[in-house]
Design a protein around this ligand. Structure first.
Ligand code: ADP
Ligand code: LRH
Length: 438
């Protein structure tokens, strides 16, 4: 059986709709629509423009339907994590969703004992902390994470997809359910029932919508083209999400202190990883300079950089990134030197996270997979291989959308098997590039 599915993947820097054809041991994808995404500053608060994004999603689905005269078997949606919309009693959106880079959660510290329950790294923007600063909470009847909100708008049906729900900080990592203790102070019924990747999630104009790993990083990890179980991954886009896949969480004090997270993956896996600030640093430099990436990357290859800690919270909000980087490095630099500093510093942060993941989980890795838009960045891939002293396999750049496609294709019966089987399909169908450590 061959299936055609539409994957909606909303990243923090861009969104896209892909058409995926899967069956007879083959995987073929075609991008049908791509659109920019980014923060909108409004009256002192940083928002997402969710209605504009929804319009783009509808455009993408229309274009996909026009391309596929045979008919689409399923639609799946994933996006960045932690952010949400609040609904009133009629199901209408209360306010425009706030961006996780907004300053409203600045100064929050995690309560003691939290990690033992939710296993989540501390990020000030985790949903549970945003809710502490949420003025609309008292008026809200229900909370929907961003992919669940889009799914609701498409289908009229509500639910909370599990992988993304784990990024709220409100899921008990052992039971995989909403934690009674952590949700105690929230309005009753605020959090919808959980659904899991592969579950039906309603219909849009007669086409079934299927829950996927709706946390973009969960979908990206599905499509890591690993041959061995002993792999590390870097889902490298706006963020670098760096870690390993495990069967059970690591909840030790050392793991908490190293700020490693145990996020829920597809098929009951644990995504044991650390957030590294990622290519956001570069995106914000380019925005400040109002220039393109490729010429700068060429110049950066021959430049000397400085090393700084890319995870310093000073880099989290939007703003003049070159100024912040130069301040952290304690010197004035040319543009290529700044770009080189970003790449050197990210490569070292990738190395540290992979070393920590191995030390804390006891798993030894043989290869590092870089997926996401950053897999196009040859210099970063080579520097990461050099820093880690491990081979790097780069690609696919659209791993998130591919993971979304594959989980849908499996749900409709066009492909069978475990994550290893899905990964084999990715490995056989996608162009990959190998970097050896120098
Ligand atoms: P997100 O899903 O977080 O929006 P993506 O996975 O789409 O992020 O990755 C976007 C990033 O990938 C860009 O910011 C850019 O740094 C990098 N990237 C994309 N294409 C290229 C390219 N051709 N060369 C180098 N880097 C690229
Ligand atoms: C990447 C991502 C990441 C989260 C962040 C908020 O897009 O989903 O996994 O930590 O956004």
């Amino acid at each position: 059986m061959t299936a055609t599915v539409a994957a909606v993947d909303l990243g923090a820097s861009s969104g896209r709709v892909l058409l995926g054809r899967v069956g007879d041991g083959k995987l073929h994808t075609e991008e049908v629509h791509r659109f920019p995404n980014g923060p909108v500053h409004l009256l002192g608060t940083l928002h997402w423009d969710v209605l504009a994004l929804y319009r783009e999603v509808l455009t993408g689905l229309r274009l996909a339907a026009e391309l596929d005269s045979v008919g689409i078997d399923s639609i799946g949606i994933d996006s960045w994590a932690v952010d949400y919309g609040l609904l009133d009693a009629r199901g209408a959106l209360l306010g425009n969703p706030v961006h996780y880079r907004d300053s409203r959660t600045g100064g929050i510290t995690p309560p003691d004992g939290l990690y033992e329950i939710n296993g989540l790294q501390f990020q000030p923007f985790n949903t549970m902390f945003q809710l502490m600063a949420e003025p609309l909470l008292a008026h809200a009847k229900q909370l929907l994470l961003i992919p669940d909100l889009f799914s609701y708008w498409l289908t009229g049906e509500r639910g909370a997809e599990y992988t993304n729900a784990t990024t709220t900080g409100l899921i008990d990592v052992r039971s995989g359910r909403w934690s009674a203790e952590l949700t105690r102070d929230l309005p009753a019924g605020l959090l919808p029932d959980l659904r899991h990747p592969g579950d039906p999630a309603g219909t849009h104009e007669g086409v079934p919508v299927t829950a996927v790993g709706s946390h973009d990083t969960a979908s990206a990890v599905v499509a890591v083209p690993a041959e061995t179980e002993r792999f590390a991954y870097i889902s490298c886009g706006t963020w670098s999400l760096v870690g390993v896949e495990l069967g059970s969480p690591v909840l030790t004090e050392e793991s908490r202190a190293a700020n490693f997270t145990n996020e829920g993956g597809v098929d009951g896996t644990i995504r044991y990883l650390r957030n590294v600030m990622g290519l956001w640093l570069l995106q914000e430099c380019l925005r400040t300079w109002d220039t393109g990436l490729e010429p700068l990357l060429r110049e950066a290859a021959g430049a000397r950089g400085a090393v700084f800690d890319p995870n310093d919270p000073v880099f989290l909000p939007p703003g003049d990134m070159p100024a912040r980087i130069q301040r952290q490095c304690g010197k004035t630099m040319t543009r290529p030197e700044i770009v080189r500093s970003v790449l050197d510093s990210l490569a070292l942060a990738h190395r540290d996270a992979i070393a920590d993941a191995q030390r804390l989980s006891g798993m030894e890795v043989e290869v590092v997979h870089i997926v996401g838009g950053g897999s196009h960045n040859e210099l970063l891939c080579q520097l990461t291989a050099d820093a880690c002293g491990l081979p790097v396999v780069a690609g696919p750049a659209e791993a998130t959308a591919l993971g979304n496609v594959l989980v849908q294709a499996r749900a409709v019966g066009a492909v069978h098997g475990t994550l290893a089987d899905l990964r084999t399909l990715v490995r056989k169908s996608q162009p990959l590039r190998r970097y050896l450590p120098r």
